[in-house]
Design a protein around this ligand. Sequence first.
Ligand code: ATP
Ligand code: KDG
Length: 316
Amino acid sequence: MSDVILFGEPMVMFVAETEGPLDEVENFTKLLAGADVNVAIGLKRLGHSVTYATRLGRDPFGTYIEKKLRKEQIHTQITYDAEHFTGYQLKNKVSEGDPEVFYFRRNSAASHLSEADVEAIPLDGVRVLHMTGIPAALSGSCRNASYRLIERARERGICVTFDPNLRPTLWESRHAMIRTVNHLASMADIVLPGTAEGEILMGSSDPAEIAAFYRGRGARMVFVKEGPKGAYADTPEGCTHIAGIPAEQVVDTVGAGDGFAVGIISGWLEHLPVAQMVERANAIGSIQVTVKSDNEGLPTREELAAYIAKRGGGAQ
Ligand SMILES: Nc1ncnc2c1ncn2[C@@H]1O[C@H](COP(=O)(O)OP(=O)(O)OP(=O)(O)O)[C@@H](O)[C@H]1O
Ligand SMILES: O=C(O)C(=O)C[C@H](O)[C@H](O)CO
């Protein structure tokens, strides 16, 4: 029995060792990526029990991912797919701004996740289902699986957390992305949009307006991510902005949002007051931008406390 269920597409990620266009880079480091898998690793490092459901190809990338998940002691519910390969991606190295990411994931094993796969996930005793908007972008069967899993969680009163994680290149149209992601968000208890996502999804980058939009559609709590500035919370306790924790050196901005989700979900599981949930989320987001991996920097409880003691925060 796990505290949290996650579901999605884990990928092998090749990160460029040198700056420049991806076609010119000669050396890459092999790592694990995937928004949902990053959150699973972060929650496990903080001591929460986690089950991650996915579909992997019977290939070396699938084996690599399975071994990584085992090493992190994450329970898995894996369907093996002999017909389709495990997805992978390339990420470049930049000294400023967001890196470029190129996917090799169309028709991947995970894009064939289906309602039957999620029907088999045991939900007894589960407290949180964390979903992102990514699986719904991968295929029709994955979209149906996303809806089915949320419905199953809601039928059992499980708290559903949702991060839009917009990936416009994966969607058939911008219209379908906005409609589907907002629909999935309306089925969640806790919604975690970023300000740039708010602009796309509801036409404003103002944190209070974004939060009011999702609260108006049924969310009990909305946490709007504002990059280095921190985050805005709109919950039954009221509305508040909590300043970010400056990172010593920004190496790679990808994965900050997943780190933030780890802070909010773990804080909710531990019944932390809202201000402490957000401080923890800001701290993990701040840690995430200091490393090139999307998940290797995710902290243990001791590392998190040490980071907050050193760089600010103080409510842990
Ligand atoms: N440069 C930074 N310095 C310190 N903290 C940061 C920085 N960037 C992000 N964070 C922290 O991480 C959180 C999430 O970052 P961001 O707002 O970029 O989310 P996102 O757009 O979902 O990110 P992602 O690139 O992972 O999709 C922020 O709310 C903040 O707390
Ligand atoms: O880009 C994606 O679709 C991924 O899931 C890979 C990354 O790890 C993810 O973007 C980080 O949020």
